[in-house]
Design a protein around this ligand. Structure first.
Ligand code: GTP
Ligand code: MG
Length: 238
């Protein structure tokens, strides 16, 4: 990996004097400065996002080809800002350095997969889990076990191999899978949460939980409606 690192270091114009190497993500990195190291790390996470995005697009296209139906409505991805990463490390009481960031912040690279129906969520999760080169590190099913807030979503932390010129680096990506309705609720709740800095009045939290129940009912109704429509078109084909 040394060679790829040099690519970044050359840009800084710092002469390649030998300093102590540091082991990050299983690769030995010669640190010149933190900005440089952050560039390298964010390059890896960006590559991981590209890999997983492509995988999801291929699965969606294949599904369309075979079943004439798209399980994925749309995909959003982001790299966590350095400010949020530092905030999270401090919250968990870790010293702020790149090594802790990589080891303890599992959602530096995040992908959100939005689908139409609850059934699509499990279909997509299964397709991801069965990809030979991806490793599922953890799963949190907030659909079967919603959060206290009412939050529903299916979370996976996976590890994806990034092939560099002379090494392979396993990189973590958080995948959140949810329906359009769950996403609508989560983005609104997030805005309210921030507005009140986590201390929303009790009645607002209550109303939000009520909305979350409505979202579940809506999702269930839409799913059964879709099943009826599909049976209808099947019997028409006969
Ligand atoms: P954190 O990221 O610190 O919450 O770590 P964690 O290990 O508890 O992860 P968890 O799987 O619980 O949640 C990670 C992400 O899910 C968050 O960064 C949010 O994007 C989303 N999330 C979790 N809970 C809520 C919630 O109550 N409301 C909303 N809007 N989003 C949530
Ligand atoms: Mg959390």
């Amino acid at each position: 990996f040394g060679r790829s690192i040099c690519l970044f270091n050359e840009k800084t114009g710092i002469p390649g004097k030998d300093n102590e190497g540091e082991n990050i993500m299983g690769i030995s990195i010669k640190l010149y400065d933190d900005v440089d190291t952050w560039k390298t790390v964010s390059f890896l996470y960006n590559s991981a996002l590209k890999e997983v995005n492509t995988k999801l697009e291929i699965l969606n296209d294949e599904f369309q080809h075979v079943h004439r139906y798209n399980p994925i409505e749309h995909i959003k991805s982001r790299i966590k800002s350095p400010e949020s990463i530092v905030k999270k490390l401090k919250k968990y009481g870790y010293e702020v350095n790149i090594e802790n960031m990589v080891n303890y912040v599992k959602d530096i690279a995040g992908i959100r997969v939005i689908c139409s129906f609850t059934s699509d969520i499990y279909r997509i999760a299964e397709m991801i889990a069965s990809q030979g080169d991806l490793e599922v590190l953890s799963i949190k099913d907030y659909i079967k076990n919603p959060k206290e807030s009412g939050y529903k979503s299916y979370h996976m932390i996976i590890s994806v191999p990034i092939y560099l010129s002379d090494s392979v680096v396993d990189t973590n990506v958080e995948i959140q899978i949810r329906t359009i309705a769950m996403d609508f609720w989560a983005s609104l709740e997030h805005k309210i949460y921030y507005k009140f800095e986590g201390n929303a009045p009790a009645y607002i939290s209550r109303e939000l939980r009520e909305c979350a129940n409505m979202v579940s009912k809506l999702d269930a109704k839409m799913l059964s409606l879709n099943e009826t429509i599909q049976q209808f078109s099947l019997s028409n084909e006969k």
